[in-house]
Design a protein around this ligand. Sequence first.
Ligand code: SF4
Length: 431
Amino acid sequence: MKSIMLEKDIAKKGIVSGAVKKIAKEEDINPEELAKKVAEGKVIILKHRGKYLGVGEGTKTKVNANIGTSPEVCDISLEIEKLKIAEKYGTDTVMDLSTSGDIDKIRKKIIEKSNVPVGTVPIYQAAIEAIHKKGAIIKMDEDKIFEIIEKHAQDGVSFITVHCGLNLKSIERLRKNPRKSLVVSRGGAFLISWMISNEKENPLYKNYDRLLEIAKKYDLVLSLGDGLRPGGIIDSTDSAQIEELLTLGELTKYAWENNVQVIIEGPGHIPINEIETNVQLEKKICHNAPFYVLGPIVCDIAPGYDHITSAIGGAIAAWKGADFLCYVTPSEHLSLPGIEEVKEGVIAAKIAAHAGDIGKGIKNIKELDFSMDIARTERRWEEEMKIALDKEKFKKLRNKFPLKNKDVCTMCGKYCAIKIVKKYLGTKVIC
Ligand code: SF4
C-alpha cells in the first residue's frame, strides 16, 4: 500500500488541502486560518467516502450518536435503522459499538450505509474474540489488538477510540484514591482487568508507536479515550481521571510529532459547576486538542431522562469550548437504545451543540433562531415547522387539540398575547 498524504502534514507545510477548502466553505471560515488550526492540532479532519468533517476550535460543535449491537440485542437491520434516524436528525458522526454478532460484517454494513464518518472502539472486538476463542478477556493477545485496529482502518473507519492514557501508573492512582463508582468505560474495564491479571502495561500505551504507524497509514484519527472517567458525579474530576488526562496530554504531543490527528475524550458525569474547569483542564493539558465529551451528565437522579441531563451538560461544555458531544439517550443506564431513543438522543445533543455554539459566538449561528423568532411573531406556522428540528413533533403538538382559530395556537387562543400587543402597539416586525 502506498503512503498517503496526511492532513496534518499537509497543513504543517502551509498548504491548504482540498479537504480544508471544503470544510472552510461548509463552516464559513477562512481556509488559511483553518489550515493553521489543523497544523496546530486544534482542528481535526474526519474523512468518509469523499466527504470531510472538521472538528475543533472555530468550527460548529459536532454531535456523535452511538449505535451497535449488545450481547442481549443483536439485530443488524435495527442498527441500520438507528443509523438512518440519527442521520435524519442531524448527527455528524456515528460510532459502531457492536459487541455481538458478526462484528466485522456489522461494521462493514454500517460504513457502507453511513453518510457520516464512522468511529469504532476496536478493543471491544479484541476482548470479545478473546472470550470466544480463549475463554477470557485476560487472555487477549497483544498483537491481535493491533491487527483488529488495522482491520477497522482498512474497512474505512474514520476514527477509533483507543484508551492509551490508561497505564499502570493510573491504576496505582486509582488504588490509592478509591472510587465509589469504580470504572464505567467498557474499554477501560477490559484493559484494567487484562493489565492487572497479566501484570503488564497497557499495550496501547506501551506500543503507542505501533498504533501511530497504523494511524499514519490510513490518516486515521485517534480519539484518545478516557478509560478512567468517573461513573457518577460522586467521583467527578478525581485524581485517577486527572492522572489519565496528564498522560493523554503527553501522548497528544507525540502523536502530533508523527502527524497523527487526535481528539481527547472526556467525562462522563460532571456536576454543572465543574464543567468549565474540565474543559479548561483538557485544553491546557492537551494543548488545545479538540475535546470530545460524553454528555456530560450533570446529575444522576434522572434515569430515563439522561438525554436531558446530558444536554444541559453538553450545552455548557460546548459554550465553554468543548468541540464534540457524544449523545446520551433516554435509555442510558437502563437498556440498549431503540430507534425512538436514538432520535431523542440526537435531538437533545443537537440542541446542546447549537445552544453552546450561540454562546461560543459561531458566525451566523443565530440566523435560524432569528428566523424562527420572526415567524413565531407573525404566526407563520408552516415556516416555523420548516425550521423546527423535529417537524413531526411540531405537527403533532400543534394539532393536539382541535384548532378553532388557525392563526393562533391553543395555548392562549383568542387571548394571543402577540396579537393583542400588535393591535395596540401597532409595531411592525423588523427583521
Ligand atoms: S396563542 Fe399564545 S402561545 Fe400561541 S402564538 Fe399566540 S401568544 Fe404564542
